[in-house]
Design a protein around this ligand. Structure first.
Ligand code: HSE
Length: 437
């Protein structure tokens, strides 16, 4: 019996788009068996038709305009790999859904900004909107949260969600390289976004975290509510101190249900070196979910790169071809609950603090007093410098590292502001949150 053929249009033919096109063509028979339909790449769109590609572009129709591709007859499913929350990517996805064509996308910025509106449109058109590749590349975390864990009531989702940052932090630690050298290497390997600021300043992780939080808690996506700090301020001194204290530094995204609302935060984090997520190195991503039934589940895998991301796109394409229509966020868009934000000032946890302290009598005492005034109890205080560097001038600021017991964000900020005002330290304090795992 002849198989049904589904025409696929790929909008955006960069690293991931080209990998998807090539794999659809080279694995056509195997994918057809799984999908129950033949998956034919019929059209692609990109910025420059003349660039060399890893698949034969003469076999498909070329569009300069992705919206025209979405509307073209013969294109039954649209794969959006252009990127960006606004503009042409948004227009293309809307055009496809309005034309009652299912959409597969890897666009985290678009889903974070417009996911609910697009989910409602997909539901109205009774077609799929699938975005497995938007979070953690090849790790099937969307399906895991939306389907595999549907019987759970998750309390916390913790993720290493940006391969570029994880790669940089790993190489700074393992090879003693500078931040700039590691970033250049990540770019050369094709992990970083076109503007690497999205990676290293935490915004890429924030988009992904907002999507995961929405799936985990059934709440509206709230990317604007994510507290974001990137990794630019992390120095070799922090990485070394973390190792000495039994921690590793990771850029984590954490979404947590608390009594006062949902906390979403992305920041460099001290992770106990023995924790499973601390072992996740290089470009790998990881997502750990605390569910009431499964307890803790950890998924680890490649979070960036053409083929790894294409793996997730292909999974969505096959699901769509099978005729499976799942509400994009696991429940109808109108049943998504409002997002109640927990104040960042109320965040509770331990803190690592590194200060460059002027080596004068009373400096330590003043710092300890400010901590005490903020009702912060100290687990350890380590002064580095003098002992190991004989002859260092007495005026040179000495690195002092403090680890606090559990306190609040409001308290640590109050203490650090007072310490800065007192004038015993040089430069701003470095503060890194500790996450219990
Ligand atoms: N730039 C991203 C990362 C790739 O480094 O993880 C996919 O989002």
């Amino acid at each position: 019996m002849a198989r049904k053929e589904i025409g696929i249009g790929i909008a955006g033919i960069g690293t991931v788009g080209a990998a998807v096109a090539r794999l659809l063509m080279s694995n056509r028979e195997r994918l057809a068996e799984s999908a129950g339909a033949s998956l034919a790449v019929r059209a692609v769109s990109g910025r420059d038709q003349s660039l060399p590609r890893s698949f034969d572009t003469s076999l498909v129709r070329w569009f300069d305009d992705p919206v025209a591709l979405a509307n073209a007859p013969g294109v039954d499913m649209v794969v959006e790999l252009i990127g960006g929350a606004e503009g042409v990517a948004h227009d293309t996805v809307r055009a496809a859904l309005n034309a009652k064509k299912p959409v597969v996308t890897a666009n985290k910025a678009l889903i974070a900004a417009h996911g609910l509106e697009l989910a409602a449109l997909a539901e109205q058109s009774n077609v799929s909107l699938a975005f497995e590749a938007a979070v953690a590349g090849g790790v099937p975390i969307i399906k895991t949260l939306r389907e595999g864990l549907v019987g759970n009531h998750p309390r916390r989702v913790v993720g290493i969600l940006n391969g570029t940052c994880n790669y940089i932090l790993t190489r700074m630690e393992s090879d003693g390289l500078s931040f700039g050298e590691c970033l250049a290497a990540a770019q050369a390997l094709g992990y970083a976004e076109a503007d690497p600021g999205f990676d290293i300043d935490g915004h890429d992780s924030a988009h992904k975290l907002a999507i995961l939080a929405s799936l985990a808690f059934g709440t509206r996506i709230a990317p604007e509510a994510v507290y974001v700090e990137g990794i630019r301020s992390i120095t070799s001194a922090d990485i070394k101190a973390a190792a000495d204290l039994g921690y590793r530094i990771k850029l984590l995204g954490v979404a947590r249900r608390t009594d006062s609302g949902i906390e979403q935060r992305v920041h460099p984090t001290m992770v106990p070196a023995k924790a499973a997520i601390a072992q996740v190195d290089g470009v790998l991503n990881a997502v750990s979910i605390d569910g009431d039934l499964v307890r803790t589940l950890l998924l680890v895998g490649p979070g960036a790169g053409g083929e790894a991301t294409a793996s997730a796109v292909l999974a969505d394409i096959v699901d769509v071809a099978r005729g499976i229509i799942t509400p994009p966020f696991g429940r109808p868009a109108k049943l998504m609950r409002p997002y109640e934000q927990a104040e960042m000032r109320a965040h509770e946890g331990g803190y690592y603090v590194r200060l460059a302290v002027n080596d004068r009598p009373g400096a330590f005492a003043a710092i300890a007093t400010r901590m005490a005034e903020a009702r912060i109890s100290l687990e350890s205080i380590v002064q580095r410098g003098r002992a190991g560097r004989e002859g260092a001038p007495i005026d040179e600021p000495q690195p002092v590292i403090l680890i606090t017991y559990e306190t609040t964000e409001a308290a640590i900020r109050q203490a650090l502001e007072a310490i800065e005002r007192d004038g015993h330290i040089v430069g701003p304090p470095q503060m890194i949150r500790i996450e219990k795992l």
